[in-house]
Design a binder for this molecule. Structure first.
Ligand SMILES: [Zn+2]
Length: 111
């Protein structure tokens, strides 16, 4: 058995570009869906990280999408957002955490 912290790569990942939604089917049969906006909010590229450090207000287009998605097999996913932001790797464990978080919160706060 794997440790709790380790999240296996999902069975299926689908990017619905028109709906701006990412869908993930996990190995345990659990399904998660993420709005591109929610994923973009957790961007931690150098620009976003700097803004967060200085407490700057970050403006995100509520209509933000994902142009390109790359799976890094065992590790996670990489998103290229339509506004040019690129965070790098979103590990599976992080995505899973994000989904569990979203489940316990109201659907979406619009930026
Ligand atoms: Zn960013």
């Amino acid at each position: 058995m794997s440790m709790q912290m380790i999240v296996e790569a999902p069975k299926e990942v689908r990017l619905r570009k028109a709906q701006k939604v990412l869908e993930v089917l996990w190995q345990d049969g659990e399904r998660s869906s993420y709005s591109c906006l929610a994923l973009r909010k957790s961007c931690a590229c150098s620009g976003c990280a700097r803004a967060q450090q200085v407490g700057a207000l970050t403006l995100i287009d509520a209509d933000v999408g994902i142009d390109r998605l790359e799976a890094s097999g065992i590790s996670g996913l990489q998103f290229y957002f339509s506004d040019g932001h690129y965070r790098g790797l979103y590990p599976w464990s992080y995505l899973r955490e994000l989904a569990d978080l979203a489940d316990s919160q109201p659907r979406e706060q619009v930026a």
